[in-house]
Design a protein around this ligand. Structure first.
Ligand code: MN
Length: 396
């Protein structure tokens, strides 16, 4: 019989005032469900978006469609954004896993949108089980960038899919067989941008019996590396429960993925601001106490979960960026010697044009002030607020 031992931790990091990441560590109706969401949008909008995603998934019943729940979260984020100007344009990534299958063939089901990731550590090897929906990931897939270049790319945080971006959201799902000894990692880009995969693998392989140590160590590693973004980590261990001789009457045909015991954990950093009450309200979440890091074990019957999915690996990778998060970005380029402002992104992955001419500046390339030459050359991305003063100051 398998059981799960999870530990989750989040930290606002060293630069951001708010923590726009949110997490669910088995507190939902489906206790085998674990979720990380990384919100996007200013004025706390990102926090609202990531929490809506978590709240919708919290109510996911075992056996309900993962995709349907994520689509529902998408609709709610859009609806809330429409009702409040300050929240318009908010979005969130989501990566979620839940466990199930049968005794013979236990599985983990994975769903994700955006660049929050899931990894599987098995036999000391770290395998990515999600592919980012991001600009640089598309460029790596199309062969235009190497993975190393992508990690250093200035636009590495531009994601091509998010909840809250469009009426329809495409969700990637996969089902993988799991076995005792497996360790799953869910994380936001605040980890993967700061800590190399090789180091993540080392930390995860370090204490195989306890998810707490590695989860904390990963967050610390991201903070030590600069902590420039919110960082969230969930480590879930799949373990074999020793047979219970005392339960002689127990004739369960089905295996159980179980979580049992209950232990609160805190870290020594102050809690991030929580303007809304959408955070998990576990016993260990009293207001004012240091924040989110939890470990629980509890029994959950697998009977309730989807059957017949075991050993089937379904990976749906949609290659068309239905929406590019950068569509409200601008960059400068040249056309016939004149500086032109474009809206969108200076790339055309998969042959899709991602930008349109937005404004001709009337400034000749020879008149461009020195500080703006590089940004024009490199197609530096601007928000509208950043671009306006540049356009004012561009020419000699
Ligand atoms: Mn992030």
């Amino acid at each position: 019989m398998l059981f799960l031992e999870p530990f989750g931790a989040t930290d606002a990091g060293k630069v951001r005032a708010n923590n726009e990441d949110a997490l669910l560590v088995g507190e939902g109706r489906d206790e085998t469900l674990f979720v990380v969401a990384d919100g996007i949008g200013g004025f706390e909008a990102g926090e609202v978006a990531s929490r809506i995603a978590i709240d919708v998934l919290r109510n996911l019943e075992p056996g309900d469609s993962f995709e349907a729940a994520i689509r529902e979260a998408n609709r709610r984020i859009l609806a809330v954004g429409r009702g409040d100007e300050r929240l318009s344009g908010m979005g969130t990534t989501v990566v979620a896993v839940r466990f199930g299958g049968t005794r013979e063939e236990p599985v983990v089901e994975i769903a994700h949108v955006g660049d929050s990731r899931a990894y599987l550590l098995r036999g000391g090897e770290l395998q990515p089980v999600t592919e980012d929906h991001s600009l640089v990931a598309e460029l790596v897939r199309s062969g235009d960038l190497t993975r190393a270049q992508a990690a250093e790319h200035p636009q590495k945080n531009l994601i091509t899919r998010a909840l809250g971006a469009d009426e329809e959201v495409e969700v990637d799902t996969a089902v993988l067989p799991v076995e005792a000894g497996d360790r799953l990692l869910l994380c936001s880009d605040g980890l993967t941008d700061m800590v190399a995969e090789a180091r993540i693998a080392e930390i995860l392989a370090d204490s195989p019996d306890d998810p707490e140590g590695p989860a904390r160590a990963l967050v610390s590693a991201a903070l030590d590396a600069g902590g420039s973004d919110n960082v969230t980590v969930i480590v879930v261990d799949v373990k074999e429960e020793p047979p219970r001789a005392e339960r002689s009457g127990d004739t369960h045909e089905m295996p159980a993925v179980a979580r049992s015991g209950d232990r609160s954990q805190t870290t020594d950093r102050p809690p991030p601001q929580r303007p809304r009450s959408a955070e998990p309200r576990g016993r260990d979440r009293a207001p004012g106490r240091p924040k989110a890091a939890r470990r629980k074990r509890k029994r959950v019957g697998l009977r309730r979960f989807v059957r017949g999915l075991a050993a089937v690996l379904i990976v749906v990778i949609a290659l068309t960026p239905a929406y590019l998060w950068g569509s409200s970005r601008y960059f400068l380029g040249l056309e016939d010697g004149e500086v032109v402002a474009y809206r969108g992104l200076p790339y055309a992955p998969l042959g899709v044009e991602l930008n349109t001419e937005w404004r001709r500046t009337g400034v000749e390339v020879s008149d461009v002030k020195t500080p703006y030459r590089d940004p024009i050359e490199n197609h530096t991305l601007y928000t509208r607020e950043e671009l306006d003063p540049v356009l004012q100051d561009l020419g000699k």
